[in-house]
Write a protein that binds this ligand. Sequence first.
Ligand code: GUE
Length: 284
Amino acid sequence: MAQLLDGKAVAKTLKEEIRQEIAQWREKGVQPKLAVILVGDDPASVVYAKSKQKVSESLGMAFELFTLPADTAETEVLTLIERLNGDTQTHGIMIELPLPKHIAKERIMAAVLPEKDVDGVHPVNRGYILSGQKGLFPATPQSCIEILLRSGVEIAGKHVVIVGRGETVGKPLVFLILKHNATVTICHSKTPDLSYHTRQADILIAAVGRAKLIKKDMVKPGAVVVDAGINEIPGGICGDVDFEAVKDVAGLISPVPGGVGSLTTALIMRNVLQGIALQRGNQK
Ligand SMILES: Nc1nc(=O)c2c([nH]1)NC[C@@H]1CN(c3ccc(C(=O)N[C@@H](CCC(=O)O)C(=O)O)cc3)C=[N+]21
């Protein structure tokens, strides 16, 4: 039986660090603040926005939710973003996705000031992750890195196989992993003989959004398995890894829930703090 990569325990330590850093800013007269824009009433987005509010407040971060009706014009959303870009009291801005169809997601994502783009979706930040520069990067790929490093798993020199090439997890993760000096293979739905590749992994990361895709015979004995998937199933959520089977062959494995997902909200908060540093020009 594999050992667990305990996301909840890692999140607790991470939140404590963030809470302290927020307290330090407040002592200096800066109240870190996150603004979230929710257009329409996508039920998952409502839950995620509320969860960010709860975590913000528990860490001493100010939070404001802007809820706009589903038929809000794109220009109106852009006007709100412009106002928040210019508001020195707001350090992080994120827009809950999906947006209603009449709004061009790309224009919205490009409108947020890169230094306030705590979701890491602005084209400039997507570029910085490639070039290895300081920037704001998406929370879920950062969560994969943090759960490994903070559980004592070395990344450098390992063969990391990522399954999934999505814009929010798989693709950005390639560059974060490379920065940690691992060798990276990226696989996806069109990869022939997927299990050949996954069996080569010292560290296997699943981020495809297909429930229990990764089976026992796809994992090298003793490998570290990180599950970044969140799939809704009757009665709850499950990951991209068939946990019950894979736990018998892996050396370490992250559960869902209680794994990678436990860190993502905290990493949004850390991005707000990173954003403050960028906004002040002292690249921290
Ligand atoms: N519009 C939008 N906003 C988001 O914020 C958003 C999104 N879409 N799409 C997906 C990602 C992922 N994300 C998570 C946040 C918290 C947990 C979390 O706290 N998970 C707990 C379990 C929570 C439960 O039991 O339901 C855990 O894994 O331990 C997970 C995942 C937000 N996202």
